[in-house]
Write a protein that binds this ligand. Structure first.
Ligand SMILES: *[C@@H]1O[C@H](CO)[C@@H](O)[C@H](O)[C@H]1NC(C)=O
Length: 239
């Protein structure tokens, strides 16, 4: 009886105090996580976009941040399209060094994500995803991924998803990445090719892109977009 009671007591302690997160270890974004949009060569907007958070370009300069009608203020700039600050490598110190560090962190995060192989689900749907629901985990594709109809990621707020794509990534127009229980900060997209978020679609997660990302007219993104080349926003919403 004592043994049973002790066991029950210990189990209940374990049940209430320990949450077992499913999926791979998270990717550490370092200081790149201070930006909702970070790009090396440029960020463009077709006005009006609506960005909540900081955006930055480095080593590109503020000349490569186009369509924002920037109001420069020394270390940063503002724009009516940004609730937050805009940074570029040609602004006053310490901004250039801060951005260099953030870009290195973004690149390290991509390299980490792109190196993951453990327990992967490989080439699901041969890259054509139609109305799937994915549990936490690592998913890898050797070619381009097309989300044709909305994709759901279902789990708990502590669970992690890494979607590693060796080709490009396309979210079809008017489709959604739906998070059910999942948090955008725990969903990592690691994409080697070009990224296209279709018109009026809604994307979720941290996009670690090796090259260009385009948010086509009226689309939205919840999370971050961290690109090693350029980000094009066309009347897009980023939060
Ligand atoms: C892979 O799966 C095993 C068995 O479930 C688990 O112990 C291990 O932590 C997993 N590794 C990663 C990196 O997810």
């Amino acid at each position: 009886m004592f043994a049973i009671k002790t066991f029950l007591a210990l189990s209940s302690i374990a049940m209430t105090n320990v949450v077992f997160a499913l999926g791979p270890p998270a990717i550490n974004l370092g200081t790149s996580g201070n930006f909702v949009v970070l790009a090396k060569s440029g960020v463009s907007t077709v006005s009006p976009s609506a960005i909540t958070g900081n955006i930055a370009v480095s080593p590109g300069t503020s000349a490569a941040i186009t369509g924002f009608s920037l109001i420069k203020a020394g270390t940063f700039a503002t724009s009516t399209q940004v609730v937050g600050s805009v940074f570029a490598s040609d602004f006053t110190a310490p901004t250039p060094a801060t951005l260099t560090t953030a870009v290195l962190a973004m690149q390290a995060a991509f390299t980490d994500g792109n190196s993951r192989t453990a327990n992967a689900t490989i080439n699901l749907g041969a890259g054509t995803l139609t109305g799937l629901t994915l549990a936490p985990g690592l998913y890898t594709w050797s070619n381009t991924v097309n989300v044709v109809t909305s994709l759901t990621l279902a789990g708990l707020p502590t669970d992690i998803w890494i979607l590693k794509i060796a080709g490009g990534f396309n979210l079809a127009a008017a489709q959604k990445i739906i998070l059910t229980g999942a948090l955008a900060k725990n969903v990592f997209w690691v994409v080697t090719g070009s990224v296209n978020i279709g018109g009026t679609s809604s994307f979720a997660g941290v996009m670690l892109a090796k090259t260009d990302v385009t948010l086509v007219t009226g689309s939205s993104l919840t999370g971050r977009v961290l690109s090693q080349t350029a980000v094009a926003l066309q009347k897009a919403t980023v939060v």
